[in-house]
Every structure is written in structure tokens, then in C-alpha cells.
Design a protein around this ligand. Structure first.
Ligand code: MN3
Length: 386
């Protein structure tokens, strides 16, 4: 087996929060970076090209790709533009692992391309599984490829399962920070502005996932993610609020033993474990001093006020194309909220209504999922006008 230090990586979505941290990890593990991709932020991409010397870089925005090509003409990095170029890079099969830290449903086709190429997928893009859990699992089985979860909760569950028998798992318990608005009533939530919602107490993340954390949609997505990653039933997935974000999630076994993974909250640990698995590397994380933390607290989530968490369980129980509908509707609603065109509670109401209205497809193809995504976004706009 190759030592972790000789491994190479491709980073999809390298300019985002997880992407930049993935490159920090690549630097500390001395991994070779084969390729990077980004949407628009070419200044960051230019720095990354100079620092990590990838042989290719894709930019979603084609005009920006041309600008970047001129800026880095003195390097040996080839710059390509457009969504298909990103999917091609995802599927080129040259790296030992590909980390997908693209935001939103745009991460789905790149994830499938990675799996198709037979390379292990370090997955930070949870929308891949929310939209197409069944299709993804089918592709993984066909190609005999593994997903290494980067989401901190799923990384914790993955580590807590280790070599235990799957049949001995009785429950997975996802922890949630509770977001900045834990304990608020619906009336109090109505007046929340994007600025208030973007100030997350523990994790520093991009705007989309920060809003999803505040509505608990993110936790709902993680419930869906858990079912497909760990092959457990919705009734075996619990969520508990743990504001300190030290216990990253837990697994309960049939003998009622509970195993958990704890650490200071730092996404770089999750990325590093996904890239170095099955080994562990020293890295840069600060040690956890529990006497400094003092106490760990746990509370029940409020699924009634934060109804998108409850909706995620319904969606998971009904399956089909509803995950894609939930994600599409939510992406559109969050964009409208960030644009100050709808209120915080409108996000929750509109997403529930849109999922309710979508035409159900039991066994969706990739094309059905794409269509459901488009239709669910349209439904949000139609509901807003009505
Ligand atoms: Mn998470």
C-alpha cells in the first residue's frame, strides 16, 4: 500500500470553506494536488494554482476561466471552463481520492463521475446523497467504490462504527449545534435577517450551509445522508442538540453501548481522516481539553418550530424523487432569503408546500432527478407569486 504521503488528490470546489481547508490538509500531509475546480473566485484559484501546482483547473464561469487562463499563462496549469469541464475533471480518474466540496445540487454529477471512474470519493457535498441516494448507492456497488464521509457527523459515525458488525447497530445519533436560534419561537424567527442567520456560533462555513444550519434543514439533510451512507432505517436515526459541538455524533449498539467521536470542532480533521483513511496522521488540530470545555449538554430538537427537520424524515420515509424536490426547493428558497426577498420562516413554509406539490416518482432516473430539481425551484417561485 502507498504511504499517505505519496497520495494525490483532486479538490472540487476548492475556493469554498471546506475546499480551502482540504488544501490546508493536502499541504500538511504533503499530498500531490492533481486538479482543482471553482465557480467564480479566480483570485483564490490563481493563488492555489501557484501554491499547489495542479495540472488542470476548471472554472464554472467561462468568462472568468478565460481571465484566469491569462493570469496563469506563466504556469503549466491548464485552465478549462464550464460545468461539463468540472464533471470531466471529477471523472478523470488520476487521483487516489477526489474530495467533492461543491455547494448544492451542482455537486451531484461530479460525484457520480468520481464513482464512475472507480476513485474513492471524499464527500462533503451532502446534496449528492439527498438528491440521489439510491442511484449513488447503486453506482457505488457496481464500481466497488467507497464514499468517505467528510461531513463531521458522518465522519464521527463512520469512525464509531469502525469494525463493529452492521447488524449490531441499533441507532445512529446525530448531534446538532442547534444553530443560532435554538429555543426561539416561530414569532421570534419571523424577523430574522440574513445577517443574523449568517453568524453561526461554532462552525465557520459558506452562506448556503449556514442558513441550512439555522433552519435545521442541514440536520434534515444529514438524517437523509445517514440512511444512505450507513444503511439504517429512518426510525434508527436520532437527532439531539449539543451546543458545544464536541461530540460529533454517536452510534448505539444492540447491547446499548454507545460509541462516539469527540474532538475540537475543526473540519480539517474530517477532511484529513477521509484522505488518510484507514490511517491517522498527526495533522494540526489542537488537542481536546475536556476540563477546559467543562460540561457537555444535550437537549431535544424542536421539530415543530423547525419543521424542515420533521419534513426530512417524511421525505426519507417516502423516498423516490422527494429528496431532490426537498433540496431544489430549499436551494431556491435560501437564495431568495439571502436576497432579502422572503423571510426566514418563509423558507420553511415554502419548502414544505413545494415538496407537498411535486409529482411523486417512485424510482427516479438521473433525468427524473434533474427535472424534479428544476420543477421544485419553479414551484417556489410560483408559490411566492400566488
Ligand atoms: Mn454536518
Amino acid at each position: 500500500m502507498k504511504s499517505v504521503y505519496e497520495k494525490s488528490v483532486t479538490v472540487l470546489g476548492s475556493t469554498g470553506s471546506v475546499g480551502t481547508q482540504a488544501l490546508d490538509v493536502a499541504r500538511s500531509l504533503e499530498l500531490k494536488v492533481d486538479a482543482i475546480t471553482g465557480a467564480t473566485r479566480i483570485d483564490i484559484l490563481e493563488d492555489q494554482i501557484r501554491g499547489f501546482k495542479p495540472s488542470v483547473c476548471a472554472v464554472l464561469d467561462e468568462d472568468r476561466a478565460r481571465e484566469l487562463a491569462l493570469k496563469v499563462a506563466d504556469t503549466s496549469c491548464k485552465v478549462v471552463g464550464g460545468y461539463d469541464a468540472i464533471v470531466d475533471i471529477a471523472g478523470q480518474g488520476v487521483s487516489d481520492s477526489v474530495i467533492n466540496s461543491i455547494t448544492g445540487k451542482a455537486g451531484l454529477r461530479p460525484s457520480l463521475a468520481v464513482i464512475e471512474s472507480g476513485v474513492s470519493l471524499a464527500l462533503a457535498n451532502k446534496e449528492t446523497i439527498v438528491c440521489a441516494g439510491e442511484l449513488v448507492n447503486k453506482a457505488l456497488a457496481e464500481k466497488n467504490v467507497k464514499i468517505l464521509p467528510v461531513d463531521s457527523e458522518h465522519s464521527a459515525i463512520f469512525q464509531s462504527i469502525a469494525n463493529n458488525r452492521h447488524g449490531d447497530i441499533s441507532k445512529v445519533i446525530l448531534t446538532a449545534s442547534g444553530g443560532p436560534f435554538y429555543g426561539k419561537t416561530r414569532d421570534e424567527l419571523a424577523g430574522i435577517t440574513p445577517e443574523m442567520a449568517l453568524a453561526h456560533p461554532t462552525w465557520k462555513m459558506g452562506p448556503k450551509i449556514t442558513i441550512d444550519s439555522a433552519t435545521l434543514m442541514n440536520k434534515g439533510f444529514e438524517v437523509i445522508e445517514a440512511k444512505y451512507l450507513f444503511d439504517v432505517e429512518p426510525s434508527q436515526i436520532d437527532v439531539i442538540v449539543h451546543p458545544e459541538s464536541i461530540v460529533h455524533s454517536m452510534v448505539e449498539y444492540i447491547d446499548k453501548a454507545v460509541l462516539a467521536q469527540l474532538s475540537c470542532p475543526d473540519m480539517r480533521l474530517c477532511v484529513q481522516y477521509a484522505l488518510s483513511y484507514p490511517n491517522r496522521c498527526a495533522g494540526t488540530l489542537k488537542p481536546l481539553d475536556l476540563t477546559e470545555v467543562g460540561s457537555l449538554t444535550f437537549k431535544k430538537p424542536d421539530k415543530k418550530t423547525f419543521k424542515l427537520l420533521g419534513l426530512a424524515y417524511d421525505v426519507l420515509n417516502r423516498g423516490g424523487n422527494l429528496g431532490a424536490a426537498l433540496n431544489g426547493a430549499n436551494e431556491r428558497a435560501v437564495a431568495l432569503f439571502l436576497d432579502k426577498r422572503i423571510s426566514f420562516t418563509d423558507i420553511m413554509d415554502l419548502v414544505c408546500e413545494a415538496v407537498d406539490k411535486i409529482a411523486y416518482i417512485e424510482d427516479p432516473t438521473l433525468d427524473d432527478i434533474e427535472q424534479t430539481d428544476i420543477r421544485s425551484r419553479e414551484l417556489i417561485d410560483e408559490l411566492l407569486r400566488s
